[in-house]
Design a protein around this ligand. Structure first.
Ligand SMILES: C[S@@+](CC[C@H](N)C(=O)[O-])C[C@H]1O[C@@H](n2cnc3c(N)ncnc32)[C@H](O)[C@@H]1O
Length: 369
């Protein structure tokens, strides 16, 4: 048996290396990677696949390390046939021990380079969870995704995607990122744009089912749609953005121009409301956190791409912020507004900017002083 200790996540026992990451993006500390903080990410996969609710589903966890996500899916999602794959030979004893610990007959260990795995086999659900950017792996994942399958992709290269390292974002994603207050939602939309473009090369499109930013990473689940029209429809959802810091003005355009240099971004929805409605946090390792995020995702305005931040409004208008919950309630009397899941100080609204500024001034506590 490989060295380590057994932890319980959800209803699954997992042998993990003693030396493992607990917080942050996580790094390989021993011979095999494990990050405790990603238990929420694995919870979401379990809730997501249960809500998909297919009678039988083949799953490839292509970069599984200890097999943690793969064995949780095999153990906690009925009807799944899981391949737990990792290129590293040191990962295999952990995967095999985790299959044994949970007495799983629907999970197999595989020790392949995923580029090879996906030329040999295709799966209904393909999961990519690399160190950093998923870009080098997306094309292979598309090949390995069966017709009408699902791609689930994590990106931990937050600095390039969120505009802290623009040259790298240009190189990796051929996108101009946004810095500042809108950086996380736009980082997520850059990742999604990249997936749509990769799928389009194969005459395939996508329908996002769930997409989010949490902790240090971006994650999206997309349903693959088939055919040239599906690909064209997805590409039609890409667009560019302009953002003037001095006025807070945001604008979008189908094509890039001098006022719309940022992007391209996925401008379509992030989630599928029906699926979110069926996701159930009961029994998850981080049940409270799952409930909180489900609430945020279900309630956020998914037809609005502009995100505003309370600090941005306050520093622009030089006024103290109202309580965000009160402010959103008030905005909903004038239009539509919701919190955004990317940050507790961010919100979305369809109210035009000039009216929004007036409403913010009226709600600021400074006004009654
Ligand atoms: C961030 S870790 C995965 C963590 C894991 N999904 C979890 O939840 O604990 C990335 C893994 O990808 C594996 N990997 C890197 N390149 C690969 C490739 N080309 N094919 C398959 N696995 C690969 C590494 O060995 C490493 O174990």
């Amino acid at each position: 048996m490989p060295e380590g200790s057994v932890i319980r996540e959800g209803s699954t026992d997992i042998l993990v290396p003693i030396d493992h990451s607990v917080h942050g993006p996580g790094k390989k500390m021993g011979s095999v990677f494990f990050n405790e903080q990603m238990s929420f990410n694995r919870d979401v996969s379990v809730m997501f696949l249960r809500a998909i609710g297919r009678d039988r589903m083949t799953v490839a966890d292509a970069m599984t390390a200890t097999g943690s996500r793969a064995v949780r899916i095999a153990n906690e999602v009925p009807g799944t046939e899981v391949t737990a794959n990792d290129i590293s030979p040191s990962a295999i004893p952990y995967i095999e021990e985790n299959i044994r610990l949970n007495s799983l007959s629907n999970c197999i260990a595989s020790n392949k380079n995923l580029h090879i795995l996906f030329t040999e086999e295709s799966y209904d659900y393909v999961d990519l969870d690399p160190f950093g950017s998923p870009v080098p792996y997306i094309q292979s994942a598309v090949r390995g995704c069966a017709k009408h399958g699902i791609l689930a992709i994590t990106a931990t290269d937050t600095a390039p995607l969120a505009g802290a390292h623009s040259p790298k974002c240009r190189r990796r994603y051929q996108c101009e990122p946004v810095r500042g207050y809108m950086c996380h939602e736009s980082g997520l939309r850059i990742l999604m744009c990249n997936i749509a473009r990769e799928l389009a090369k194969f005459d395939r499109g996508m329908k996002p089912l769930l997409s989010f930013y949490a902790d240090h990473y971006f994650r999206t689940y997309v349903q693959v749609t088939e055919g040239a029209k599906a690909a064209d429809d997805s590409l039609a959802q890409l667009g560019y953005m302009g953002h003037d810091d001095s006025t807070m003005e945001r604008s979008i355009s189908k094509l890039p121009d001098a006022d719309h240099r940022l992007g391209p971004f996925w401008m379509g929805p992030l989630h599928d409301a029906g699926l979110l409605g069926r996701m159930d946090p009961a029994g998850m390792a981080e049940e409270k956190r799952c409930s909180k995020y489900l609430d945020l995702w279900r309630n956020e305005l998914d037809d609005q791409v502009y995100v505003y931040d309370m600090s941005e409004m306050s520093s622009h208008l030089r006024m103290s912020p109202p309580r965000i919950d009160d402010f959103i309630l008030m905005l909903n009397e004038h239009g539509r507004a919701s919190k955004s899941h990317v940050s507790p100080t961010c919100f979305k609204t369809d109210i035009p900017l000039e009216e929004l500024k007036v409403l913010y001034r009226e709600s600021s506590p400074d006004r009654s002083r």
